[in-house]
Design a protein around this ligand. Structure first.
Ligand SMILES: *Cc1c(COP(=O)(O)O)cnc(C)c1O
Length: 360
């Protein structure tokens, strides 16, 4: 059969954190930075109880959700757009801004969706080098050309777990040409209690040339519902709304996201859990000469350079015990490292037991 000729994309396709192992039923998935404590109970009860009108199309503007967002984060609801995950907002930003041959700067070890969506619209992706696995403002600025349109960064960054402090982040905006859009992805900001950290939204709420990304997939525990939001200038939001699929965020996602935002108890519990468990695991691993970044988001990047076993071998041995980490070589191309999501107390202790049995 013949088909019309389709476009050819030269892409490294996104590979999600692995969630299955052959022949093992009860797996422990610590590969996708999902919520350690599951779904926010507030959201859970909305999902269960709501006599929701699923036969109706959802509100295309996610009005109620945007209003709740604006109240909780003291920001302008008219500058908020909701998406089917922050993923979709990254895609829309690329569609809106990028022409073939425009340049986008992303740190080499950054979230893969920035380069994937930029590539799809034909833009040229320029990598800035990290210094010691941390984003370097200087290196980003060195990559700027006349063709640069967008700089994407996640702060803290996935998968390195490092972050720019607020002075460095401000410096980046100050030194970057005014008509370059700085996209700051706050995906993990809720977990951040580090003193010199400020979220992109807190720093740049009133700026026109900064666009902020937020997600419900991490601390709020709604990864499967696909919902996130973006914050930008009124002009940008207006144009994004023109290209947005009309019913992109489903009703359940809108309702659950609102409920999760109001679930202060669950959020505080998740933050406390993350800090204490991450510290515990970091300490534990250092006994085996596996070192990590300082505690920041809900994951750690494990460095095997001083350990007698390679990251790859450890990864495979853990899998035979039903535990999945994120291999950072595929996709990110980071050698001899693994990314570990902080799980529940039970999952973490199983991980530590398995580690002991492999390394002793
Ligand atoms: C997990 C993650 C997201 C969330 O993506 P969604 O599409 O909202 O699930 C966004 N940015 C970064 C850096 C992430 O790690």
């Amino acid at each position: 059969m013949s088909v019309p000729k389709f476009k050819r994309f030269n892409l490294d396709v996104y590979k999600p954190g692995k969630s299955r192992i052959r022949n093992i039923r009860d797996i422990i998935k610590l590969s996708a930075n999902e919520s350690a404590l599951g779904v926010s109970p507030n959201a859970q009860s909305v999902i269960k109880s709501k006599d929701s009108k699923l036969f109706r199309y959802p509100d295309p503007q996610s009005k109620a959700l945007r209003k709740t967002i604006s109240k909780i984060f003291a920001c302008d609801e008219n500058r908020v757009i909701c998406g089917a995950g922050s993923d979709e907002i990254i895609q829309m930003l690329c569609q809106l801004f990028l022409n073939p041959k425009d340049e986008v700067i992303v740190p080499r070890y950054s979230f893969l969706m920035y380069r994937i969506y930029s590539n799809i619209v034909g833009a040229k992706v320029i990598f800035s080098e990290e210094v010691n696995y941390k984003i370097s403002v200087k290196e980003i600025l060195r990559k700027v050309t006349k063709k640069t349109k967008i700089v994407f960064i996640a702060n803290p960054n996935n998968p390195t777990g490092t972050y720019l402090n607020y002075k460095e982040l401000k410096l980046l905006r100050d030194k970057l040409r005014k008509n370059i859009l700085l996209v700051v992805d706050d995906a993990y900001y809720e977990y951040m209690k580090n003193k010199d950290y400020k979220s992109g939204l807190d720093l740049f709420k009133s700026k026109e040339n900064v666009f902020i990304l937020r997600t419900f997939s991490k601390i709020y525990g709604l990864a499967s519902l696909r919902v996130g939001w973006g914050y930008g200038s009124k002009k940008i939001i207006k144009e994004l709304n023109k290209i947005k699929p009309p019913f992109n965020v489903n009703l359940m996602a809108q309702l659950a996201a609102e409920a999760a935002l109001k679930d202060k108890n669950f959020i505080n519990k998740s933050i406390k859990h993350n800090i204490s468990e991450a510290k515990k695991i970091k300490n534990f691993l250092s006994k085996f000469n596996i070192y990590t970044n300082e505690v920041t988001a809900n994951f750690l990047l494990l460095d095997f350079d001083n350990c007698f076993i390679t990251a790859e071998r450890f990864y495979r041995k853990l899998q035979t015990k039903g535990i999945i980490l994120r291999n950072t070589f595929t996709g990110y191309k980071i050698k001899n490292r693994l990314r570990l999501t902080i799980g529940s107390v039970k999952e973490n202790s199983k991980f530590m037991k398995a580690t002991e049995s492999i390394l002793n």
